[in-house]
Design a protein around this ligand. Structure first.
Ligand code: FMN
Length: 355
């Protein structure tokens, strides 16, 4: 019962609270434009491959909900949005449904609505390999997201306090289950030291889940009626900086995904230029569906994708592979961060435009 009311609280406060207070740091990235693109709009191809899964475009509806009867309708709407727009979609943590069969429908509804969609299962890093496989099977998922959310748990009154053994467990799950594993944060970012050790576990993707968007410390503080100091609310690594950290150690076999405050078409293009194979967006999609309905949200998304294509053409490239060769100048706080962390950002600035 506590878990079911928590799911509703998370949705309620995620819809009420603003992004931040930290930014996603993508404002520190300036794409070097190409005024001679030698392309036409029809040439732009948004398809991408994440963890071996071919997607029509790089926007993933990131993990949001499931686990209470009252959120079944929310997941049905998200799945309908994903079906129409071709977005891959992750569900919220399925741990609730491993313990309580009566809430399985709140997740499985997405398969009824979108039988052929790209669906990602989602669990925490403490589960057993059998539980991980059951979560995947419950949805016929094409990948499993394992979320890391230590800060959220610590600020959650009823949250976990024991986090030992996660790395080994992720390795066990990645070697046991029959779909690729993607590790994600939920809004505090991932540093290169942890990305490096995670890259040895057999996972196929890292979603940095940095600051700048939904803030689970703010959500947990609102749930428990406490106020946190501004420094605490800013805990974590901004999304773009986390991407630079992770990219500095990631082998080619593991795909980078950017999420946490990805809000605009330009945010998407910058994320792909930083090496992302995809982006995750959570709160804005569920908020738009709740406030404006399905049709308006689909129209918003279609315009969003059109603008992503516009900025790709302006960057002089026709596909995501080409974006990863596009020069971008990194300034401001991000530049200072990378300087003291000895992350080479010149290599991004001296790239040569290309397809
Ligand atoms: C209401 C809500 C519930 C969420 N629940 C989960 C979850 O169960 N598992 C998870 O990995 N991430 C969860 N997230 C985090 C998102 O997947 C995403 O990492 C985070 O919201 C940052 O993206 P955004 O700024 O676009 O919202 C949730 C997000 C929201 C808004």
């Amino acid at each position: 019962m506590v878990r079911q009311s928590r799911k509703l609280d998370h949705l309620k406060f995620a819809l009420q609270l603003d992004d931040g207070p930290s930014s996603n740091a993508l404002e520190d990235m300036t794409i070097v434009p190409n005024c001679l693109p030698d392309l036409s709009s029809d040439d732009i191809d948004l398809s991408t491959t994440v963890a071996g899964i071919v997607l029509p475009h790089p926007v993933i509806v990131n993990a949001i909900t499931g686990g209470a009867a009252d959120v079944t309708e929310v997941n049905a709407r998200l799945a309908e949005f994903a079906r129409i727009t071709g977005c891959a979609m992750a569900v919220g943590s399925q741990y609730a449904a491993l313990e309580d069969l009566t809430v399985r429908e709140s997740y499985q509804v997405i398969r009824k609505v979108n039988p052929n969609g790209f669906v990602l299962a989602n669990l925490g890093a403490h589960v057993s390999v059998e539980e991980a496989q059951r979560a995947v099977d419950m949805l016929g998922a094409c990948a499993l997201q394992i979320h890391l959310n230590v800060a959220q748990e610590l600020f959650m009154v009823e949250g976990d306090r024991k986090f030992a053994g996660y790395l080994n467990n992720i390795e066990k799950i990645a070697s046991y289950i029959d779909v690729p594993v993607i590790v994600k944060e939920v809004g505090c970012g991932i540093a290169r030291e942890q990305a490096h050790v995670l890259s040895k576990t057999g996972i196929r993707g890292i979603d940095v889940g940095g600051t700048g968007g939904t803030n689970f410390l703010a959500i947990e503080a609102a749930r428990s009626g406490i106020s946190l100091e501004p420094g605490a609310l800013a805990w974590g690594i901004p999304t773009a900086i986390s991407a630079l950290e992770v990219a500095s150690v990631l082998p080619d076999t593991i795909d980078l995904i950017l999420s946490g405050g990805v809000r605009t078409p330009l945010d998407v293009v910058k994320s792909l230029i930083l090496g992302g194979k995809a982006v995750g967006i959570a709160a804005p999609i569920v908020r738009s569906l709740e406030e404006h309905g399905l049709d308006a949200t689909v129209i918003w998304f279609q315009r969003f994708i059109t603008d992503v294509k516009r900025f790709m053409l302006l960057a002089g490239t026709m596909n995501i592979h080409g974006l990863q060769k596009t020069p971008v100048v990194i300034t401001g706080y991000t530049r200072q961060w990378c300087s003291v962390r000895a992350i080479d950002i010149t290599r991004y600035a001296v790239r040569k435009h290309g397809f």
